[in-house]
Design a protein. Structure first.
Length: 129
């Protein structure tokens, strides 16, 4: 179940409008790289966690290399990774330079199977602490 809290939020464009209730996902735990490796190894029946750790490290390294080269990377049953840029506008194409690029973001688009899994998830409202 996906845990969530409910909170009230006003309309920033119309302060006279009544506040409305919205849900926000709650992070239950931060799974470390080591915990994730252990979990994948146990699930896969592989007793050498070092193998899983090495494969994941190599995947991240190769993914970064492809993204830096402008590639879009699709990992089956996971999704697609690509890069987007946040830029400051320039007066013209000729006056645009690398200095106008303020941020590089990684875009992740989940595959259909992952989207369907999350779409079928159940929800559980939790109390705010």
């Amino acid at each position: 179940m996906i845990p969530y809290h409910v909170f009230l939020l006003g309309n920033p464009l119309d302060s006279a409008e009544p506040k409305k209730a919205y849900a926000k996902c709650v992070t239950v735990d931060n799974v470390s790289h080591e915990q994730f490796v252990r979990n994948v190894a146990e699930y896969s029946g592989i007793h050498w966690r070092g193998n899983i750790k090495g494969v994941l490290s190599n995947c991240v390294e190769r993914l970064a290399l492809h993204l830096v080269h402008g590639d879009r990377v699709t990992i089956e049953d996971l999704g697609t990774f690509s890069v987007s840029l946040k830029c400051k506008g320039a007066a013209s194409v000729a006056s645009f330079s690398n200095k106008n690029i303020k941020e590089v973001n990684i875009v992740f688009t989940p595959c259909k199977k992952l989207k369907e899994t999350l779409a079928a998830a159940e929800f559980k409202q939790t109390k705010r602490q």
